[in-house]
Design a protein around this ligand. Structure first.
Ligand SMILES: *Cc1c(COP(=O)(O)O)cnc(C)c1O
Ligand code: SF4
Length: 344
């Protein structure tokens, strides 16, 4: 067993272990864990102990997960958009291929909490094979997004087998991997993994950091290894109440991401997922945070604020309004809030 696999094996996955480490109400925890899985690995546990609330909330089950009756089980209608299990074909030219049901930590706000880390998510060699067949038979798909769960929880060997098969399909130009491992278990990103990935370019990785305290020396090293393998890195942050719904926290996060060679890609409005309503902020909060990013930090550090349309309509960009009057003369306000105009 490699050292990251040992760490993962020592994860907290039961209420009593969690109470022993961080306290909490065992009855509440047991109820939540009966429905939604718990996993906090020793690396992230240590970070929670150091950084407190914003990390605690992302990882520790909350009884409110069970009180949310309005949220949708499958907010993005992924199951309806799956021609074969675990392959979501929503946009014409790209497909989301779920290849691993596990993660290094189970995020409480996960959009796929209906199945990630549970017996509901069945991924076998057979389902993966059905995915290859669909990709092969659907040449309008130019890009495959490997996700899950977390593809980096697969062994190097298993992941390489999948990458190899995808590269044999001539219509696939781009491979993109979505992984939270650089944030939640950065020691998984070994030199061997980076050397393996490098053989399958053009390959992009989007990772997922939500708070500046997650940007540690270990995370820096993991992202550096991937970047040194020539892999462009993006970040998909989720806007979460009590975690990062604050302009200064968000500015720090976005700036720090650039320093570890990760380009902020999306900032997501929280989906309408059942069991996550206590994390949701209103749209205006996100727009106001964007207003305090745009112009105030490097344009490189500004993500696109977006919501994923319920029912599978795709991602909708949300931008603060700068224009105050349309006409022959366009009137607007600057990032500093000063009125200005441009005559056509
Ligand atoms: C988000 C998503 C994509 C990728 O969208 P981009 O805007 O290209 O990042 C592709 N397929 C599905 C099903 C998605 O949810
Ligand atoms: S890493 Fe991603 S897929 Fe896994 S629990 Fe977190 S949000 Fe969900």
């Amino acid at each position: 067993m490699t050292s990251w696999q040992k760490l993962l094996k020592n994860s907290i996955d039961s209420p009593w272990e969690l109470v022993a480490q961080l306290g909490g109400n065992i009855c509440d925890l047991e109820q939540v864990v009966n429905t939604y899985p718990l996993r906090i690995n020793p690396y992230y546990l240590n970070l929670i102990k150091k950084a407190g609330t914003p990390l605690y909330k992302q990882a520790v089950p909350d009884i409110r997960e069970l009180y949310d009756k309005e949220g949708l089980i499958d907010p993005l209608a992924e199951e309806n958009l799956s021609p074969v299990p675990n392959l979501v074909h929503k946009y014409p030219d790209r497909a989301l291929f779920l290849i691993c049901s596990e993660c290094a930590m189970y995020c409480r706000f996960c959009t796929r909490k209906r199945k990630v880390g549970t017996r509901e998510m069945v991924i076998t060699d057979k389902t993966i094979e059905a995915g290859f067949d669909y990709l092969q038979a659907t040449p309008r798909i130019r890009e495959v997004l490997l996700s899950g769960g977390d593809p980096f929880l697969l062994s190097d060997h298993k992941l390489e087998g999948i990458l190899k098969r995808i590269r044999e399909i001539p219509s696939i130009e781009i491979i993109r991997i979505g992984t939270r491992v650089p944030c939640t278990l950065p020691m998984r990103v070994t030199d061997e993994l980076a050397a393996m990935l490098k053989k399958y370019h053009p390959l992009y990785i989007n990772t997922h950091f939500n708070h500046p305290a997650e940007i540690t020396p270990e995370a820096t090293c993991a992202c550096g290894r991937l970047a040194d393998a020539g892999i462009p890195l993006g970040c998909q942050t989720v806007l979460l109440k009590g975690v990062n719904d604050d302009a200064e926290v968000m500015r720090q996060l976005m700036r720090k991401l650039l320093t570890i060679r990760v380009k902020p890609y999306y900032l997501f409005q929280a989906d309408l997922t059942r069991g996550t309503s206590h994390f949701r902020t209103c749209i205006d909060t996100g727009l106001e945070i964007m207003r305090q990013l745009i112009g105030h930090v490097s344009g490189m550090a500004v993500p696109t604020f977006a919501l994923d349309a319920p029912g599978g309509g795709g991602k909708i960009p949300l931008t603060p309004e700068y224009i105050t009057h349309y006409g022959e003369t366009l009137e607007f306000i600057t990032y500093k809030g000063l009125p200005c105009s441009y005559t056509d």
